[in-house]
Design a protein around this ligand. Structure first.
Ligand SMILES: Cc1cc2nc3c(=O)[nH]c(=O)nc-3n(C[C@H](O)[C@H](O)[C@H](O)COP(=O)(O)O)c2cc1C
Length: 363
């Protein structure tokens, strides 16, 4: 048997992927402002990228409370379901596969995004600091309200409902956003989780929310269509580090392996920046986790070829390279030059910088 290469097919849980060049989740703030609804332009954008072995959608809030950026799409209303159906139909018609990244930003939000201007919620009232861009302009972040114990089952139910809507909208599965300093990671880390009930304190308690939501999503999709993104050492969104990432995230990886979920999408290092951070052994996680290991963070063609050939990863998720190169797998296969996307047009409503990057042959 020949060793797998980056361009060979792979089965991730129950999802058959044509190659191992995956599209990393990319927030683009292009949903319709009225109701945070995906629409035809989003379907075009994703269909253009359907040659990815698997598309992981942009982060998608599970409730209005989970929102923290302008014009990000949701997964909790009938209109959003119909909008996502346009996207999944277009991707499937183009031969692709797509999972939905489900998301709650927790403390990263701002009252400007919250129903009735309420405080954002998190595990504890820890202000992440920094600036948030709201529809009313740039504002300082605020200390969130700590969720009451009795509210947490409601939160888990919101994620379950979001998974149901994703399923009805035709997604091939879901990826929980368990990274980048958002709600699930706020609960995981002792820097941000100061609770004294069963949702804080010990490692088992800090992981309870994530694992409860994983179980809820398994109840909807089955274990072989559920994955999660983890970023054990990032400080994205100012999230304080856990005092022992190896113990906390190692315990989580083992629990996820026992549950038999399809994949973990690992952000190796600081999201979008240095890969060289201490504190977590990704190679060990690769060996301990029985499902697929999806590697992410600043991979070049050479690194990705090597990671798959050496067995360090089952697939590699590319983020920024997919913005300017809709046909990234083909460009990598041919070792063709890559277009550089313009960061000024990453976010916003325009089709410019969104659906107008040509494929290699068109260029
Ligand atoms: C514009 C932009 C939007 C992003 N949105 C998300 C997101 O919605 N969810 C997520 O988990 N990561 C998000 N990320 C992080 C990327 O998925 C990825 O982890 C990061 O860009 C590093 O991979 P790369 O070097 O291949 O780009 C975003 C990154 C960028 C540049």
């Amino acid at each position: 048997m020949t060793a797998p290469d980056l361009f060979s097919p792979v089965r991730i849980g129950a999802i058959d992927c044509a190659n191992r060049v995956f599209m990393s989740p990319l927030t683009r703030c292009h949903a319709l402002p009225d109701g945070d609804v995906p629409h035809a332009l989003n379907a075009t954008y994703y269909a253009q990228r359907a040659s990815a072995g698997l598309i992981i959608s942009e982060a998608t809030q599970v409730s209005p409370q989970g929102k923290g950026y302008v014009d990000t799409p949701g997964m909790y209303s009938a209109a959003q379901q119909a909008g996502w159906q346009l996207v999944t139909d277009a991707v499937h018609a183009a031969g692709g596969r797509i999972v939905a990244q489900l998301w709650h930003v927790g403390s990263i939000s701002h009252p400007d995004f919250q129903p009735d201007g309420a405080l954002p919620v998190s595990c504890s009232a820890v202000n992440p600091g920094g600036i948030v861009r709201t529809p009313a302009g740039k504002k300082d972040r605020v200390a969130p309200r700590a969720l009451e114990t009795h509210e947490i089952p409601v939160l888990i139910e919101q994620w379950r409902q979001a998974a149901l809507i994703a399923q009805r909208a035709g997604f091939d599965g879901v990826e929980l956003h368990g990274g980048n300093g958002y709600l699930l990671e706020q609960f995981m880390r002792d820097a941000t989780n100061h609770r004294t009930d069963e949702w804080g304190g010990s490692i088992a308690n800090r992981l309870r929310l994530t694992l409860s939501i994983i179980d809820a999503c398994i109840g909807v999709f089955g274990k072989d269509r559920v994955g999660i993104r983890l970023s054990p050492v990032t400080n994205a969104n100012n999230c304080g580090q856990d005092s022992n990432p190896q113990a906390t995230y190692g315990t989580l990886v083992d629990a996820l392996s026992e549950r038999g979920i399809a994949f973990i999408d690992f952000v190796e290092g600081q999201t979008g920046s240095t890969r060289n951070l201490e504190g977590f052994d990704f190679a060990l996680a690769r060996r301990r986790f029985r499902g697929a290991y999806v590697a992410n963070n600043r991979y070049t063609r050479e690194m990705a070829l090597d990671a798959v050939a050496q067995g360090a990863a089952d697939a590699v998720a590319f983020g920024v390279p997919f913005i300017g190169n809709p046909d990234l797998p083909e460009r990598l296969r041919r070792n063709a030059p890559l277009a550089t996307a313009n960061p000024q047009t990453y976010y916003g409503q325009s089709a410019v910088g969104y659906t107008d990057y040509p494929s290699l042959d068109a260029a």
